[in-house]
Design a protein around this ligand. Structure first.
Ligand SMILES: Nc1nc(=O)c2c([nH]1)NC[C@@H]1CN(c3ccc(C(=O)N[C@@H](CCC(=O)O)C(=O)O)cc3)CN21
Ligand SMILES: CC(C)C(=O)C(=O)O
Ligand SMILES: [Mg+2]
Length: 314
């Protein structure tokens, strides 16, 4: 059993503190070693990390359990990505994701968070139609969920909004390169910035977003050398790569991809650090077997009643 000391105000209370000894075959115990609790990460922390050249770590999470786990591991930033549409809700793309869905999941993540900086994706069409929409919806994300920053896709075309948000007090993470909300316009999930004009546009977009006030920027699916060039040209805005090589200031991955929770999504940039799919299927198979064999529940999972009470019953 882990003895995490969690001092932050919204620290997760651990529900799983049962001390019952579990002697059933195949039962598992928690062996993960907890890193020393960190200071809460702010946007100043992220800016300092860029200046010091200290790699910034970001991962997605969509619920309280994953938020607690990634905090325990010592992550710097959590992204409540609109990839929740794909990996949690079963949509074919991020396009159908709504503000209500983003708020619902971001609230859960914030409840499980202790020290990471929580960023919520602005879903498709929550900011594209007008500046007013963008300001109103970003405000909703901060006010209703308690997240610290919002992320939105786009380059120069979103800079006016980025400026308005940051001056209104809403920290912004930008997102350029492959922008999944524009998959229909892009004609598929393809590496971006491979031609001279597109590479120049990417660099210009990054500089404009930095000038507009974004404190970080996701670079998705761009050649490593271009991502490195963009990173080196920026002064304050940290680059967070996904499929953008190791020259970025930080990295982000979708938690389900990294943990191997679902099968079938295998772009080149994913490194699978665990196979929770196989672990889950095997665990559930063991459970089914135990129930069929009546070996679960065992005596230690079972409540007792005094014989005297039973006698009176008969
Ligand atoms: N589970 C999951 N992980 C993600 O990283 C992710 C989502 N979902 N949903 C939203 C977007 C969509 N993303 C995607 C989806 C597909 C590719 C893809 O097929 N990439 C090809 C590029 C091929 C090429 O142009 O050379 C690859 O092989 O990596 C990349 C990013 C990233 N995001
Ligand atoms: C892949 C990351 C950067 C993202 O935008 C998401 O998870 O929605
Ligand atoms: Mg996203």
């Amino acid at each position: 059993m882990n003895t995490t000391t969690n001092t932050a105000t919204n620290a997760a209370t651990n529900e799983a503190t049962s001390t019952a000894t579990n002697t059933t075959t195949n039962a598992v115990t928690n062996t993960a070693t907890t890193t020393t609790p960190k200071k809460p990460v702010t946007i100043t922390t992220i800016k300092d990390m860029k200046q010091k050249g200290e790699p910034i770590t970001m991962i997605t999470a969509y619920d309280v359990a994953m938020a607690r786990n990634v905090n325990e591991a010592g992550i710097d930033m959590i992204l409540v990505g609109d990839s929740l549409g794909n990996v949690i809700l079963g949509y074919q793309s991020t396009i159908p994701v709504t503000m209500e869905e983003m708020i619902h999941h971001t609230k859960a993540v914030v409840r499980g968070n202790s020290t990471a900086l929580v960023v919520a994706d602005m879903p498709f069409m929550s900011y594209q139609a007008s500046l007013t929409d963008g300001l109103y919806n970003a405000g909703r994300l901060l006010k209703e969920t308690g997240c610290t920053a919002v992320k939105l896709e786009g380059g120069q075309e979103v800079c006016e909004l980025v400026h308005k948000l940051t001056t209104a007090g809403i920290p912004v993470v930008a997102h350029i390169g492959l922008t999944p909300q524009s998959v229909n316009q892009l004609g598929g999930f393809k590496v971006q910035g491979k031609e001279v004009a597109a590479a120049q546009q990417l660099l210009a977009d990054a500089k404009a977003l930095e000038a507009a006030g974004a404190f970080a920027c996701v670079l998705e699916c761009v050649p490593a050398a271009l991502a490195k060039k963009v990173t080196d040209e920026l002064i304050t805005m940290a680059t967070i790569g996904i499929g953008a090589g190791n020259g970025c200031d930080g990295q982000v991955l979708v938690c389900n991809d990294l943990l191997g929770i679902s099968t079938g999504f295998t772009p080149k940039f994913v490194k699978q650090y665990a196979n929770l799919h196989d672990i889950t299927v095997n665990a559930v198979k063991d459970y089914i077997k135990d129930v069929k064999e009546r070996s679960f529940p065992a005596p230690e999972h079972t409540f007792k009643i005094d014989d005297s009470v039973l006698e009176k019953l008969y």
